[in-house]
Design a protein around this ligand. Structure first.
Ligand code: NDP
Length: 317
């Protein structure tokens, strides 16, 4: 396992990490989550990602119980604030929700601090000054060590840096965007100027595009799979043409390359993400221990991707 810095910043996180969206507290109960976390940590993963929104806080509460078994210094824990409930002040990036959301997350996690705190989405209703100032205060009061953004536009991230500079506040150091063989424009093009300019890192999500890049949907939608269980997500994928003939043929091409290398399509797709030097960590989502065992091997598969194979994969989508 390689440990990468988050952009230019000092903290080191495992190149693959463990996520908790739709799995902890949904597909995985406490015992299964415990087993997954144990396997992850014993195999070198030191970074675990969650959010106040995941399973309405249950993902964080389960982690709170599980993390007691570990030395805090050995782990890098992140959570994300934005969707905290239904009330007018339970959502978004107001000073009120950022602070209350963070306190509530820490209570559920039974932690004094998280290592990275993300603003889970941009909030056009709140002035950037309010967001930056509050995140600075959260960091300076020791509730989090670093702050980041998730799915903000490059323009919004630029603005946050400008405001942080003007107000002498701590800037965001990391973005959490979607990145995989299918959806790559934001990380590769839109954010390109930010890496050098601000030394930002990325912790990327949905490396398998919710499982599509595991090849499991090539013959239809298996019962109990993510796109079967969450129809809204299936609809989003359909709207993006994932089940169209053109995309299916491209996915089959990726499967062929994986077969030729003697690896699984999931391993190849995750390993491809790891080849990008601006990716600080690839966050794995797993609904079973078996998937984790398979996917974590991507760190070895990365070595099998020659420049020629990398270019071939880049050209498919
Ligand atoms: P993936 O794209 O890797 O999707 C994970 C899902 O794919 C699994 O839950 C499983 O679903 C299926 N899968 C995984 N491995 C295999 C395999 N080997 N064979 C077959 N199916 C497999 O990642 P996620 O979308 O879960 O994202 C990862 C993490 O990123 C999340 O847990 C979360 O922490 C974070 N995230 C952040 C977001 C943000 O806005 N900042 C948004 C989304 C995620 P199943 O078995 O149910 O079909």
């Amino acid at each position: 396992m390689e440990y990468r810095k988050v952009g230019k910043w000092g903290v080191k996180i495992s190149e693959v990490s463990l996520g908790s969206w739709l799995t902890f507290g949904n597909q995985l109960d406490l015992k299964a989550t415990k087993d997954v976390v144990r396997y992850a940590v014993e195999n070198g993963i030191n970074f675990i990602d969650t959010a106040e929104a995941y399973a309405n806080g249950i993902a964080e509460s389960m982690l709170g119980v599980i993390l007691k078994e570990y030395r805090r210094e050995d782990l890098v824990i992140s959570t994300k604030i934005f969707w905290g409930g239904e009330g007018p002040n339970d959502k978004g990036l107001s000073r009120k929700h950022l602070l209350e959301g963070t306190w509530n997350s820490l209570k559920r996690l039974q932690l004094d601090y998280v290592d990275i705190l993300y603003c889970h989405r941009p909030d056009p209703e709140v002035p950037m000054e309010e967001v930056v100032w509050t995140m600075d205060q959260i960091l300076r009061s020791g509730l989090a060590f670093y702050w980041g953004t998730s799915e903000w536009s490059a323009e919004e991230i630029e603005k946050a840096h400008q405001v942080a500079k003007e107000l002498n506040c701590i800037p965001p150091v990391v973005e959490q965007p979607q990145y995989n063989l299918i959806f790559k424009a934001r990380v590769e093009k839109e954010y390109a100027p930010l890496y050098e300019k601000y030394g930002m890192g990325t912790t990327i999500w949905s490396p398998l595009a919710s499982g599509v890049l595991s090849g499991k949907y090539l013959e239809g939608i298996p019962q109990g799979s993510r796109l079967d269980k969450w129809p809204w997500l299936r609809k989003t994928m359909e709207e993006r043409g994932i089940f169209g003939e053109e995309t299916m043929n491209k996915l089959k091409r990726i499967k062929q390359i994986a077969d030729d290398l003697g690896v699984t399509m999931s391993q190849l797709s995750i390993a491809w993400c790891l080849k990008n030097p601006h990716v600080s960590s690839v966050i794995l989502g797993v609904s079973s221990l078996e998937q984790l065992k398979e996917n974590i091997k991507a760190v070895e598969v990365k070595e099998k991707i020659t420049e020629e194979i990398y270019q071939e994969l880049n050209n498919i989508f």
